[in-house]
Design a binder for this molecule. Structure first.
Ligand SMILES: NC(=O)c1ccc[n+]([C@@H]2O[C@H](COP(=O)([O-])OP(=O)(O)OC[C@H]3O[C@@H](n4cnc5c(N)ncnc54)[C@H](O)[C@@H]3O)[C@@H](O)[C@H]2O)c1
Ligand SMILES: [Zn+2]
Ligand SMILES: [Zn+2]
Length: 389
């Protein structure tokens, strides 16, 4: 079959690879009908996530039709149409029973690597390095889905792929980021990053009843999309984020702050970002936490910082004094996708949420490799790429 494979930093290729096969009786094989490139894939593309190997199949946002089912899988049948969450979960371990699916204790087959890196291993993820199990991803014609009797979400035939594809990752990610904020009716929620995840954070924060939602980015079409949703845009290239946020909150600061940027934050006017770039270049720091610092500094005392943005390793110069003395709460994590999918699917069916608005580019999988650069560099107004094998 054909798939998009990782061959090193900035080197994704459309390769011919062996077809996947059932390896365990709970598995299923999915024929992919649609898949997408996530901001998290860009961290692999840019070489910031360790544990990738030549030929690894990319992709963790995908859906399709079940074409083969393992003997012990009573949940799926050949012909079912499913969206597959990016987190692989067993459904039985203590963390799965608590609903902490992204830290499932059983699905990472390289548990030792995770234990060494983070103190504990986390869930297996599709197409996301050997630290999270080395599972083949979904930017492919077919995927093997392990534990396929637990996570895959069956979707009704009258909904299009575009309407449901993002249930596997970025829609629940934006939703969880907002849910972690415990939004109150008089809250201002400030969201850094107006990429696809940021857009779904905005939509969720508004649906959860925030008084005011502010979106920070510097890409004009992303800020325009945020504004269209109902957020107040701040362009960090042309405005001081701290001054603008203080002005919009009468000097109090936003009650809730969301980092939908992660470890590759850009900054144009700050000393700390130069420091991060230098330390990253000489490998004294792995991530660039400019947004985290800004959030801690500007957040109203007693507030919540919610961090869906991905970090990989070590960050430096975090103002812990401000964090502690201002009584801030930090909530983060890879998304516990299945915690939210039933509710979000119903909201899509009820037409309360239409996630298709983020899609700007649609290409055959064979042209997907070049879309990594287009998406990363925001060329051609690119916000979200959907690919069809
Ligand atoms: N927690 C999860 O489970 C989960 C799931 C999906 C994605 N993510 C992460 O969410 C983050 C966003 O994903 P995406 O798909 O929207 O990616 P994206 O790269 O399209 O969006 C990031 C946006 O941040 C903006 N940005 C950069 N520096 C900034 C700054 N200093 N201030 C404000 N904005 C800034 C960029 O211009 C860009 O528009 C990534 O880190 C991704 O890995 C996490
Ligand atoms: Zn993702
Ligand atoms: Zn589990």
């Amino acid at each position: 079959m054909k798939a998009l494979c990782w061959h090193g930093k900035h080197d994704i290729r459309y390769d011919t690879v062996p077809d996947p096969v059932i390896e365990h009786p709970r598995d299923a094989i999915i024929k992919v009908s649609s898949c997408a490139i996530c901001g998290s894939d860009l961290h692999l593309y840019d070489g910031f996530v360790p544990g990738m190997e030549h030929g690894d199949i990319m992709g963790h946002e995908f859906m399709g039709e079940v074409v083969e089912v393992g003997a012990e899988n009573k949940h799926l049948r050949v012909g079912d149409r499913v969206v597959v969450p990016f987190t692989i979960i067993c459904g039985e371990c203590d963390q799965c029973r608590r609903g902490n699916f992204s830290v499932c204790e059983r699905t990472n087959r390289n548990k030792e690597a995770g234990d060494k890196m983070f103190g504990h291993s986390t869930a297996g993820l599709f197409g996301y390095s050997h630290l999270t199990g080395g599972y083949a991803g979904g930017q492919a014609e077919y995927v093997r889905v392990p534990y396929a009797d637990v996570a895959p979400v069956k979707v009704p035939p009258d909904l299009t792929d575009d309407q449901v594809l993002f249930l596997g990752d970025i829609l629940p990610t934006g939703w969880q980021a907002a849910a972690q904020c415990d939004i109150q009716p008089d809250d201002t929620v400030a969201i850094w990053g107006a990429g696809p995840v940021g857009q779904f954070c905005i939509l969720s924060a508004l649906l959860m009843g925030a008084k005011q939602v502010i979106a920070i980015d510097r890409v004009p079409e992303r800020l325009a999309m945020a504004k269209q949703l109902g957020a107040i845009p701040i362009d960090f290239d042309n405005q001081s984020v701290l001054e603008a946020l203080n002005e919009l909150t009468r000097g109090k600061g936003p009650e809730k702050c969301i980092d939908a940027v992660g470890l590759e934050a850009h900054a144009t006017r700050s000393l700390d970002s130069i420091y991060d770039r230098v330390k990253q270049a000489v490998m004294l720091e792995t991530d660039r936490p400019h947004v985290l610092r800004e959030m801690i500094y500007v957040c109203r005392p007693g507030g919540i910082l919610s961090v869906p943005g991905v970090y990989g390793g070590l960050v430096d110069k975090i103002p812990m004094g401000a964090m502690m003395n201002k009584s801030l709460t930090l909530r983060t994590g890879q998304t516990h996708v299945n915690r939210w999918t039933d509710d979000l699917l119903q909201r899509i069916i009820d037409k309360q949420i239409d996630p298709t608005f983020v899609i700007t580019h649609r290409v055959p999988l064979s042209e997907g490799a070049s879309m990594y650069e287009t998406f990363r560099d925001k060329h051609d107004g690119c916000i979200k790429v959907v690919m069809t094998p």
